[in-house]
Design a protein around this ligand. Structure first.
Ligand code: AMP
Ligand code: MG
Length: 421
């Protein structure tokens, strides 16, 4: 495997919309993203111990069976079945024992039994193991009651995974259990994609650094700490691109720099078509903007553009809309760019603890959380309410059509965990 081979860059027109398209339904927007994006990261090998959370770059095949040989599932006594009958049995014990990592060298003759411990390789001649609690023993013999079934208390060689089987599939985001499986089947190094570098940039004359001293009209940057930590929670490498004022030259310069530092950029603010909306204006100038007016609440236009080969997701400035657009659009798109493939969140149909009347025409997401087996929503839908984002543990997704919900109706709940955050 060549270590730093890079896939071809994305096409400059990869976000363009067909002419005449106005309000884009959420599903259509997702389909277009899904069709146009592909992996943009190189891959290399890392030690298994460091592979958690990384995206597997190639299928991994078992180098060894699990278990590698038949072994005992319990502490007990093993023997051949030919000399065992229903009712009481007493067998002489062979000298020595079989223990985990210390196999018995030799064959257990039919009509005799061996002391065997959990995890020990089953020696030749043993066809079943009886639990020690079901035995009486003295210095020379073991007694137990028949019948005994073949393979009882034994794990067969390869019963879990057989050498040569596919153990883990390319694109998997490696879990702790995946590392256990890989190690068990003899893997010490994992081929993984480089972490997608997600640049985060805030825009706006009113925005200042967290914790600073704020003058009139200034507000603290809420989006950048949120978006950087979202990227990290998704398993990507967050890249802090700081903040720029509503100044086109400064923004242009920062995006030029970002091309060296990030594989994809999330900006927030300035994404609409207003006087101070420089993100959309600049991307339009570069000829590679698709202003996606998505039929979504809360949400304003999402500006998607290519900055000289660098995909830019121009998120709304409003923190509620910024978070929502990141989870719904950027997260699956990042999955494709990172080599993990498109990742749809897994939702659940649950009983509503709220009332709601919704008009047709756009999809709507409510800040929500589960309590006592039902889903409740934040008391205000105001899109400036950051406290409601903090309160929420997930989203309720309401369909594009009109709906009237009364308590007890089933609605779709998407926990934040189903977005990997
Ligand atoms: P814009 O999309 O630039 O028109 O911004 C929409 C709203 O979001 C305005 O009220 C902005 O002040 C606010 N906003 C923009 N960026 C941020 C940010 N980084 N943190 C908190 N609020 C923001
Ligand atoms: Mg602004």
């Amino acid at each position: 495997m060549s270590s730093k081979l890079r896939p071809p860059p994305l096409q400059n027109d990869c976000f363009s919309l067909p002419p005449g398209v106005n309000w884009t339904p959420v599903d259509q927007a997702l389909t277009m993203l899904r069709e146009r994006l592909h992996p943009v990261v190189a891959h290399s090998e890392v030690p298994l111990m460091q592979a958690a959370g990384r995206v597997l770059a190639q299928d991994v095949t078992a180098q060894r069976s699990n278990p590698p040989q038949a072994n005992s599932a319990v502490d007990g006594y093993g023997f051949a079945l030919s000399a065992v009958h229903d009712g009481d049995n007493t067998l002489p014990l062979v000298q020595g024992r079989a223990a985990a990592g210390v196999p018995f060298e030799g064959v257990v003759p039919a009509g005799q039994a061996i002391r065997i411990l959990t995890g020990a390789a089953v020696p030749p001649g043993v066809e079943a193991v009886v639990l020690e609690e079901d035995c009486a023993v003295d210095a020379t013999h073991v007694a137990f009651r028949g019948p005994v079934k073949a393979f009882s208390n034994m794990r067969k060689a390869g019963e879990d995974v057989t050498e040569g089987d596919l153990a883990l599939r390319q694109g998997r985001v490696l879990t702790p259990a995946d590392l256990a499986l890989a190690s068990a089947v003899g893997i010490g190094k994992m081929p993984v994609f480089d972490r997608l570098r997600v640049g985060v940039l805030s825009t706006g004359d009113e925005i200042i650094e967290p914790g600073g001293s704020a003058g009139p009209g200034q507000i603290f940057d809420a989006n950048r700490p949120m978006l950087l930590s979202l990227a990290a929670r998704m398993g990507y490498a967050p890249v802090d691109l700081g903040h720029v004022k509503d100044d086109r030259a400064a923004l242009r310069h920062r995006l030029d720099q970002a091309r060296q530092q990030a594989d994809v950029v999330l900006t927030s603010g300035g994404a609409s078509a207003g006087d101070e909306d420089h993100v959309s204006a600049l991307l339009k100038e570069s000829g590679a903007l698709a202003e996606w007016r998505i039929a979504l609440k809360p949400g304003r236009p999402l500006a998607l553009g290519m900055w000289d080969g660098l995909p830019v997701f121009g998120l709304p400035g409003n923190p509620v809309a910024a978070l929502l657009c990141t989870l719904i659009f950027a997260r699956p798109a990042f999955g494709l760019m990172a080599g993990a493939g498109w990742q749809d969140p897994q939702g659940f149909q649950v009983s509503a603890a709220f009332e709601k009347r919704k008009k047709p025409g756009r999809r709507e997401y409510l800040r929500a959380r589960m309590r006592d087996g039902r889903v409740e929503v934040f008391k205000s839908e105001g899109s400036g309410r950051i406290s409601g984002l903090s309160w929420a543990e997930g989203l309720v997704e309401l369909p594009d059509e009109a709906v009237t919900i009364t308590p007890g109706d089933m609605v779709r709940y998407l926990p934040f965990g189903s977005f990997g955050v």
